[in-house]
Every structure is written in C-alpha cells, then in structure tokens.
Design a protein around this ligand. Structure first.
Ligand code: ATP
Ligand code: MG
Length: 395
C-alpha cells in the first residue's frame, strides 16, 4: 500500500526517566482512542516516536491527522511516505511524494537522520547524495543549506526510511491522564475554556462545573456552555459537566446581603460547591479562568476571600496573561467564536454597582452569617444536572 504514515515526536515525555514507560503507554492509548473514528490504524512507539500506520485504504487520513494534532504529549508531527532503505527508493519516493512542493519552492535543503546505524551512509552523505539528485532534477530550485524555502527530511529508521516535508508543531504538553484530574469552573466566557485547556495540557483530565441561574440566565446560555465543553473535549477528552442550579443562592444573597458583597459571596458559594463536586469526581484541584486585576472579584484580596472557603489547591492558569494572549489561545483551540456569543452569565445577574475590590475576610464572613450556607449548598447540589460530553468525533 503506497500510503502515508504519521510520525509523532514525543516532547517532554522523553525527559521523564522511570515514568517514561507509563507516559508512553498513556500516549499510545490516547492516540488510539482519538483515531478510532477515522479507520483502522496501527499505533506503536519506537525511539521516542509514535508511529501511526493506516491499515486499509479507506482510512480518513486528514481527519486522523487533525485528531493527532490535538493529542497532548506530542511535540511535533510529520506526515511521511515510507520507502525501502536504499538511495534509489528514497529518491523515487521524494520525487513522487514531495516533487510538487520542491518544484514550487525557490530553494531547498535535504536533512537526514540515521537512527539505524547499520545503514552504510552517514547522514551528511545521504543529504549530499539525495540533494545532488534533486538539484539535477529541478535545476531552477537552488540548494540553500542555511535558509532553505523548503526542507526535505529523510529519516533512516529501524524498519524503513521515512520521507517528509517540514514537521508541524504538535499539541505539546503531557499525555492526558498522567497528571491527575481537575475540576474546572466553566462559565460561558472567553477565559475559563482557555484555563481548562491549559490545565489539561499538563496531562490532567478535567471535569467541569457550571453555575446556572435560570430564568435570570437563559437555556441558550446553558447550551453555549455545553458547546464550549464539547469544543474543549477535542483536546481534553471526555468529561462530565455538572450544571448547578444557582438561582436560589443568588436570590438569597440579593435579599440578605449588602450589595457591594454580592459578587464575593456568590463566588464563595461557587467555590464551596465546586469543591464538593470535585471531590465526588476524584479531582485534586479547582481551576478557574481568573486573571489578576481583570474585574473587581479578581484582585488579590478578593481572591483570598474566595479561596478561604476551600481546602483543595486552586489553580488559575491565566493569572498573569494579557487579554490578547488569552484571546489568541481561545482562537487557536476554537472556543472564541462560541465564547463571544452574547448570552448572559450568572456573574452578570445582580451585579453590584460598586463591588468591594478589597474585601476583608472577617467582614465577608460576618455578612454571610445571615445565610444558611449549608442548607443552600445542599439544595443546590440536589438541583444539579450531570451532562456527559464526549470527544468531538464520537468516543
Ligand atoms: P470567563 O471569561 O471565564 O467567564 P471572566 O473574566 O468573565 O471569566 P468572571 O465572570 O469573574 O470572569 O469569572 C471568573 C471565573 O469564575 C471564570 O473564569 C470561571 O472559572 C468562574 N465562573 C464564573 N462564572 C461561572 C459560572 N457561571 N459557572 C462556573 N464558573 C464560573
Ligand atoms: Mg464570566
């Protein structure tokens, strides 16, 4: 079968010493699972490289390539043609597979790697020999070893030679599942999906918690959050979204607390409830999209008051980023367009005109005493809907 195969090069995993075996196995499982909707592929790891080989002609290679691009733990990816390990076969494969790209370029260079040390030529000799033949075949394309417009790669590996053009970056990070599990507080905004993606990139499985204040926030706002979770699942894998009925709590705060404390107390309820749900799912931390100084509830003092009600570590992957950087990631992972749909979030319900930006914990606690915190939380938890989200393409 004269088809393509993918080589996925491992990133940081390579550095992980004794854990490497576990990491590689996880990565292999994750790649296999993601590829299932695209046909029958053989997936194995040799020399810090995941080989993805289609086993039949009806595999969807473009779909599979796209899916591999969202698997954490892959540093770079190459779409290759394999050839027998001799110069004639390698050269023929290059002309057949990459000839059009070379012909359309101003200049080229051949870069060779030889991990099969029994191959009779060294990498420099391979590059010279193949480069010379290509230069003869395409006299209008210059050889430029310093700054080539097109890079032809030849890798002589154990079972075959692999030919490919420039490698493209993989999703980076660590394989999903090697770093525990996190509960992400997912709103409908731009920030929290990016926060979820960033924590997942560190090898962490995620579950999401969303606070929903019907009828102050609409069913379309809930659908939007589920759509965001669905888009994130392309990278994070399957997850549960716990949708917590938050209306009663928000009304109780509105009816019993001074207005400037509405947001901070609401956020303390969110954290307490999220922690209970997190523990139920076996999560070891809470994650939010908070970003220092962005809004009144994201000052150091406000975050200290919200953080005071939970024991689990809280991670805020966006804490030091600029909005433009966050937007860039949101665009890259495909959540931006959904995030900017104009449905309200419960944070914008009963928003105080002058929120406390430097709340003092003792005062917040005193204000909160008017509320039956435990009973409100218990009822909100009873009023929680669990929605299962799967990968974008099935599994
Ligand atoms: P985002 O863009 O993620 O909505 P934001 O800048 O609007 O963030 P806030 O609304 O103050 O900021 O929320 C800060 C964080 O609190 C969010 O990133 C999210 O993690 C969490 N959060 C806010 N609203 C909700 C909600 N309705 N359900 C779950 N988590 C929420
Ligand atoms: Mg928000």
């Amino acid at each position: 079968m004269k088809t393509e195969i993918f080589l996925l090069k491992l990133g940081e995993i390579v550095l992980k010493g004794q854990n490497r075996f576990t990491f590689e196995n996880k990565l292999k499982q994750n790649v296999r699972r993601r590829l299932r909707p695209f046909g029958d592929f053989r997936v194995y790891i040799v020399q810090s490289t995941v080989y993805v080989e289609p086993q039949s002609d009806d595999c969807d290679l473009d779909g599979a390539w796209d899916a591999c691009g969202a698997v954490f733990g892959v540093a770079s990816m190459c779409r290759c043609r394999s050839a027998e390990k001799n110069l004639d076969a390698i050269y023929d494969a290059i002309i057949d597979y990459l000839g059009d790209e070379i012909a359309a370029s101003e200049s080229f260079k051949v870069e060779s790697k030889r991990s099969d040390k029994s191959f009779p030529l060294g990498s420099i000799q391979i590059s010279q020999e193949i480069g010379g033949r290509i230069a003869e075949a395409y006299p209008h394309v210059r050889v430029d070893v310093h700054n080539p417009a097109y890079l032809v790669n030849v890798e002589i590996r154990d079972y075959a030679a692999y030919i490919h053009g420039p490698a493209v970056p993989g999703a980076g990070g660590l394989p999903t599942g090697v770093g525990g599990r996190a509960a992400v507080l997912l709103s409908g905004g731009i920030d929290s999906p990016v926060a979820g993606y960033m924590i997942a990139k560190r090898g962490v499985e995620i579950e999401c918690v969303h606070f929903f204040s019907y009828p102050y926030t609409s069913l379309r706002a809930k659908e939007k959050v589920l759509e965001l979770a669905h888009l994130m699942a392309k990278y994070t894998g399957r997850m549960t979204v716990d949708i917590v009925g938050f209306t009663e709590i928000q009304e109780a705060i509105r009816d019993n607390c001074p207005e400037e404390y509405f947001t901070i107390i609401m956020r303390r309820f969110m954290m307490r409830i999220a922690q209970k749900i997190a523990l139920d799912h076996g999560c070891g931390c809470l994650v939010t999209g908070e970003n220092l100084g962005q809004v009144a509830s994201q000052t150091m003092q406000a975050m200290a008051c919200t953080g005071a009600v939970v024991d689990l570590p809280m991670f805020h992957p966006l804490i030091g980023m600029d909005k433009e950087e966050i937007v860039r990631v949101a665009r890259k992972i495909g959540t931006l367009d959904t995030s900017i749909l104009p449905y309200e979030d419960c944070c914008t319900v009963f928003t105080p005109r002058h929120p406390k930006t430097k709340p003092v914990l003792a005062q917040v606690e005193a204000v909160e005493e008017k509320l039956d915190v435990d009973a409100l939380i218990a009822r909100a938890l009873e009023n929680t809907e669990k929605v299962q989200i799967r990968y974008e393409n099935g599994e």
